[in-house]
Design a protein around this ligand. Structure first.
Ligand code: EPZ
Length: 422
């Protein structure tokens, strides 16, 4: 079993470059299925989830060519949707459900394994995805053997869809299904994350007609087909935030390159509240922390609120702040399992329903801890880098689903981390 061994207690110094956004890539790669002709996707993060998706596309019959470390060319000259052998890969990742929107959108039918991926205390629902697909004139069934199937025998027809919950996944998935739907689709109460805008920009670059991504209302006029083209994925807001949090926890001075400042506003504000010095440039941010950390409070909300995917990482920083910090999780029912791992390292945390109260301590001690999910794992790496002594983080498969070259990047900043196999 693979794990990270971290010798903590050193400040981070130097430069790190952010990769393409995971949560944009995991929707854009399946969307390549919808494009007639060659499609070149740049700034693709080299992470397990995305590489699995290219594997799934290839098993379906899409031609995949890697042009360089972060650029892939896809060409769909006809696919076999029955490729049940993709079941194994599909069920490993949450974002497998974007294949439903892409297949249903292009072929009027889809059969995809129920999503896997990180779960925060329970099955992650797909009712809003189903609602959107049905509103577009399709029939959706959750099959007993773990598949979701959707079919539109009379073709997809545009409709007015009001989401009961602001959901990233359903917003992206229904957007995919609506690209070719006859007439106009209006989606309201939609998610506005940067990756929603990125998916819409990718589809429009290929010939779709999508307006309003990034606002509460998206309007899609169905088109006949998507031509080929080239598109570059935006930098990963959460990867950048994770390195910002690491500097805050460890101290030091790091220049984080290839970012979009607007996407980091919330994270910058919170870290500045804690006494971290931040200088924003056109496409990079300098993060310094030399003095003590001040406590702060945060509540996670859909964008432009504080991102839930930064919640565990910020909690790790708060463990070392003066005073008591409150973290309220406003998106997921239960995203605090990682706090028990931080407590093993000496953190003082009490969780009351959707709020964690973190009483700062002078230092954390290295321990053997687990990564319970992707961002919880990132929080444990941050805690290990800041702690005195040696920390091992197990179950790192979660972490490597979403962070490209994590060990190399941390070592490049002077962090002492090694990937070992038990
Ligand atoms: C995406 O998950 C991200 N994953 C998550 O990031 C992120 O935490 C989440 O969006 C919120 O930003 C990917 O993009 C692959 P949601 P998703 O649908 O789409 C409820 C990471 O760390 N809901 O926006 O699955 C749901 O229970 C991962 O990179 C319904 O009720 O999240 C939750 O409370 C972890 N019905 C809320 O909406 C539905 O049909 C937000 O979920 C769908 C969701």
């Amino acid at each position: 079993m693979e794990k990270y061994v971290i010798h903590g207690g050193r400040p981070l110094e130097g430069e790190v470059t952010i990769s393409g956004a995971k949560n944009a890539a995991v929707a854009i790669v399946p969307a390549a299925l919808m494009v007639d002709g060659p499609c070149v996707i740049e700034n693709v993060p080299d992470i397990v989830d995305v590489m699995l998706q290219f594997e799934i596309l290839e098993k379906m019959g899409v031609k995949i060519e890697q042009l360089d470390a972060t650029t892939f060319r896809t060409e769909n000259n006809g696919v076999d949707l029955e490729g049940v052998e993709t079941f194994e890969q599909m069920s490993k990742l949450r974002a497998s459900y974007y294949f439903i929107g892409a297949e249903l959108g292009r072929y009027g039918r889809a059969r995809v394994a129920m999503p896997g991926g990180c779960n925060f205390g329970g099955i992650r629902p797909v009712d809003q995805h189903v609602k959107g697909f049905e509103k577009l004139n399709s029939f959706v069934r959750v099959e007993s053997e773990g598949f979701i199937s959707a079919i539109a025998p009379e073709g997809l027809v545009g409709n007015h869809i009001y989401f009961d919950v602001v959901t990233v996944g359903a917003t992206m998935n229904v957007m995919l299904a609506a690209v070719f739907a006859k007439g106009q689709t209006v989606m309201e109460n939609v998610a506005k994350e940067p990756h929603i805008v990125d998916l819409a920009n990718f589809l429009n670059q290929m010939g779709a007609d999508i307006k309003g991504a990034g606002t509460d209302k998206i309007v899609i006029n169905g088109v006949e087909h998507l031509h080929g083209g080239t598109y570059s994925i935006i930098p990963d807001q959460i990867e950048a935030g994770t390195y910002m949090a690491a500097v805050a926890a460890c101290g030091g001075d790091v220049l984080i390159k290839n970012v979009i400042p607007k996407h980091l506003e919330c994270i910058c504000t919170k870290l500045e509240d804690m006494g971290v010095r931040i200088e924003m440039y056109d496409d990079s941010v300098r993060v310094r922390r030399t003095g003590p950390l001040r406590h702060t409070n945060l509540k996670t909300l859909p964008y432009p609120g504080f991102p839930t995917d930064m919640q565990p990482q910020m909690a790790a920083v708060m463990c070392l702040a003066d005073g008591s910090s409150h973290v309220t999780e406003g998106v997921w029912a239960n995203r605090f399992r990682y706090t028990e791992e931080l407590e093993k390292m000496g953190a003082h945390i009490n969780v009351f329903k959707e709020t964690a109260v973190i009483d700062g301590v002078p230092e954390l001690s290295g321990r053997d801890v687990l990564a319970h999910d992707l961002r919880a794992g990132a929080a444990m790496v941050i805690a290990g880098l800041a702690a005195h002594g040696t920390t091992t983080v197990s179950q790192i498969g979660y972490i490597e689903r979403g962070y490209e070259k994590l060990v190399d990047k941390i070592r490049g900043l002077g962090g002492d981390i090694t990937r070992v196999t038990d």
